[in-house]
Design a protein around this ligand. Sequence first.
Ligand code: HMG
Ligand code: NDP
Length: 408
Amino acid sequence: MTDSTPSAAEDLAERVRAGELRFHELEDHTDADTATAARRLLVEEQSDASLDVVGDYGFPAERADPNIENMVGAVQVPMGVAGPVRIRGGRLDGERYLPLATTEGALLASVNRGCSVLNDAGGANVRILKSGMTRAPVFRVADVVEAEALVEWVRDNRDALREAAEETTNHGELLDVTPYVVGNSVHLRFRYDTKDAMGMNMVTIATRAACELVEDETDASLVALSGNLCTDKKPAAINAVEGRGRSVTTDVTIPREVVEDRLHTTPEAVAELNTRKNLVGSAKAASLGFNAHVANVVAAMFLATGQDEAQVVEGANAITTAEVQDGDLYVSISIASLEVGTVGGGTKLPTQAEGLDVLGVRGGGDPAGSNADALAEAIAVGSLAGELSLLSALASRHLSSAHAELGR
Ligand SMILES: CC(C)(COP(=O)([O-])OP(=O)([O-])OC[C@H]1O[C@@H](n2cnc3c(N)ncnc32)[C@H](O)[C@@H]1OP(=O)([O-])[O-])[C@@H](O)C(=O)NCCC(=O)NCCSC(=O)C[C@@](C)(O)CC(=O)[O-]
Ligand SMILES: NC(=O)C1=CN([C@@H]2O[C@H](COP(=O)(O)OP(=O)(O)OC[C@H]3O[C@@H](n4cnc5c(N)ncnc54)[C@H](OP(=O)(O)O)[C@@H]3O)[C@@H](O)[C@H]2O)C=CC1
């Protein structure tokens, strides 16, 4: 939506060229669409690029105000749907289309095929087994004696820490604080129930308040509010083991004839392939992800529903298992750290909010947290569909032909 007048944008650009205005402060002097148009002019001039299509976005720029600085437009990623798929979740029980935004040809076809196979099996079970968003500040202490004193203080003052943290939020609840000591560094891993918010802003603000109490009451000195033991947006075993965001598990048993007719393979072939590829291959590679392409579905659904795309790193912490049971194929996926929200962050952006509507999970749930749980369940089931289809394509040697046909 670019209803700014060219002359207003040109005037503004001219004031930037003259050094009167700063490039990133244009919204202070005009509406957001005109500021965005002025920036495009300046970038086009400097780079010789044309930003016509980037500037042809379909929502008022001011709607993106909390989400971006120095806005020049929007990148459009194609969105499709797979399904509808039968989800038999603890929160989401019903049939849903799954919204996926991607540029990888064949991905939607694959997830779609997986969804139809899940339906033939009566749907996928899915449950959230642990939940909690973490922030882990690091403190400096004098020595290991002081470190022990801090750890003891934390154990004795959980209620005070909870009170300080929860002062800052109406929804967040501090669940626990786990100390880790390395020499004279003490990391405190705070874990919160953030309800329907993914929660990183919420827990960062809450933990800051708790840290002030720690500094007031002990000899410890805060070095950084994030000491990397959280761990946010980096591959980390702690998330794969302890979980972060939602830990969600989904499974299905597919009748042999469905595997043979719809996936062109056998339960035995998928089970063997899963062991040799997802378990042995991943172990040899020292991978944290013992799966084929869970990141594909996590990323595509994150984009379609306004999640923080950098947290696909944690969303790929998943283990796929497959076994033959009475001649049928049992498959499961356990995603240890799926960080999602249906309020806050990018979820309010107009297209992403529509993506959430496709699943029926926009905004706060009743009870609070239920919408984000439902979103996590839908993403896990989508991942199961994608995993089933890809493993079968590999087993039947269809991967390269599928991508030659659909992905180029
Ligand atoms: C491509 C298929 C599905 C063909 O599979 P097929 O069984 O030959 O196709 P089909 O024409 O018989 O159709 C079967 C079903 O697939 C779906 N389907 C089929 N075509 C479409 C389409 N155009 N649009 C939407 N849905 C489609 C649809 O559900 C259809 O059922 P129907 O509705 O007809 O009863 C299959 O070969 C496949 O799934 N291949 C795997 C592709 C894949 O998963 N790619 C993911 C990316 S791989 C990657 O990024 C990661 C990797 C591989 O590097 C990770 C690793 O190391 O493992
Ligand atoms: N700060 C950081 O270090 C980092 C920030 N991010 C960014 O943080 C953003 C996400 O943070 P997040 O805290 O989720 O979002 P927001 O900062 O947008 O805050 C969401 C707020 O929504 C309110 N709220 C209303 N209804 C509900 C409900 N039903 N359940 C939960 N909260 C509700 C809460 O207010 P109240 O607290 O008053 O109850 C909550 O704090 C993303 O943009 C992400 O990119 C990502 C990584 C790190």
